[in-house]
Ligand binder design. Structure first.
Ligand code: GDP
Length: 362
């Protein structure tokens, strides 16, 4: 009664980089994610982007369709990008699981008119502490007075086509963002002038409203991941699954479930797992792995469909007994053929790091 999610059977495969979108409230995180999702649905073949639990997977061919000439799929062997859907504070907590970063790469959204705000600085601190590579989306460029919009266009031609006065106004705003990044110790520049994205922050002017600059944002993220993260993306897909709990949720018919992002290996139905809990690690068995059902089918059936297994990177809901004390931000590990006590110890150690991080946050 359950489907199988196709997973690559070769031992070493490149997984999808996990992308988080951060930034101050109202600077446009949700709009930007919606724009990427919306454009992907329009550009891609039906069903090409997949809605995960808590995340959206945009495969390379769809990224390439959206980015046009900026992304040649032949230049890449990473499978695409997995965007964590919950922007902002919630993902701040979960971002720092593993004492490092859940996200491999981040987009810091900054309103061009508003500049750096308290949550921008908070996000920067977390990115700095977790050493997460990021790019800056200088959003709402369409609101600069006199801006002539070019729907879904790459930003450079659109920027070049503005009047001198408008371009001057845009430059003032972008340089003030670059200055603020510099105050935080980052060397930054307009992304089209950045050669080395490992040591310089690229600033991409975008509009989540008109879609301008979104092709550039996707191209830079793909390029950054491919260039600097390929080694980290090489995983043993058949190995025991490892992930982070995004949310703990009650689900009718399933009791308490955890929504997780799996970043390594594979998780199967009936696997024994260890999950970080409020008092101690929880040892339990996976009862069901649940994915969102495609919209069209929801009217007649449950919101979820069951799958036998899922490989990283993916967002998935895990139903299992005894999850009441599971915690957002906590690690989840499949035991596999390893020693149960050793896995419990690993989870305990990771949990201690998360707890320390949370306290530091005040
Ligand atoms: P979040 O709190 O960071 O998720 O911000 P939202 O995505 O909710 O955006 C806050 C407000 O700014 C909403 O009213 C959006 O419609 C608006 N907004 C976001 N991005 C843009 C943009 O690029 N251009 C314009 N004109 N408005 C935007």
């Amino acid at each position: 009664d359950s489907d199988t999610t196709p997973t690559d059977t070769s031992a070493d495969a490149l997984r999808t980089p996990i992308v988080a979108v951060l930034g101050h409230v109202d600077h446009g995180k949700t709009s930007l994610l919606d724009k990427i999702r919306g454009s992907a649905v329009i550009e891609g073949e039906a069903g090409a982007i997949t809605q995960h639990i808590g995340a959206t997977a945009v495969p390379l061919d769809v990224v390439s369709d959206m980015a046009g000439e900026l992304v040649d799929p032949d230049d890449f062997d990473l499978p695409g990008l997995l965007f964590i859907d919950t922007p902002g504070h919630h993902s701040f907590t979960t971002l720092r699981s593993r004492g490092g970063a859940l996200a491999d790469i981040a987009v810091l959204v900054v309103d061009v008119n508003d500049g750096f705000q308290p949550q921008t600085l908070e996000a920067i601190n977390i990115l700095q502490n977790t050493q997460t590579p990021f790019i800056v989306a200088a959003n709402k460029v369409d609101t600069v007075p006199g801006w002539n919009p070019n729907e879904d266009s790459p930003i450079k031609p659109s920027y070049d086509a503005q009047s001198d006065r408008v371009r001057g106004d845009v430059d003032d705003r972008l340089y003030s963002i670059i200055g603020e990044l510099s105050d935080q110790g980052f060397s930054a520049d307009m992304y089209w002038r950045v050669q080395d994205f490992q040591n310089n922050i690229g600033v991409v002017p975008v509009s989540a409203m008109t879609g301008e600059g979104v092709p550039d944002l996707l191209a830079v993220m793909m390029g950054l991941s491919q260039r600097y993260m390929k080694e980290e993306m090489a995983i043993d897909v058949d190995g025991p699954g490892v992930g982070t709990v995004l949310e703990v949720k009650e689900e009718r018919g399933f009791g308490t479930t955890v929504d997780i992002v799996l970043y390594d290996g594979t998780i199967h139905e009936d696997d024994t797992i260890v999950v970080g809990g409020e008092n101690k690690p929880i040892v339990t068995d996976v009862r069901a792995l649940l994915q969102p059902r495609p919209l069209a089918e929801i009217r007649t059936e449950s919101r979820f469909e069951q799958v036998d297994s899922v490989g990283a990177a993916a967002g998935i809901k895990v139903a299992a007994p005894d999850l009441d004390e599971a915690m957002a931000g906590a690690p989840i590990r499949v035991v596999g053929d390893r020693d149960l006590d050793a896995v419990i110890e690993e989870v305990r150690a990771e949990l201690a790091e998360v707890a320390v991080d949370t306290e530091e946050d005040g």
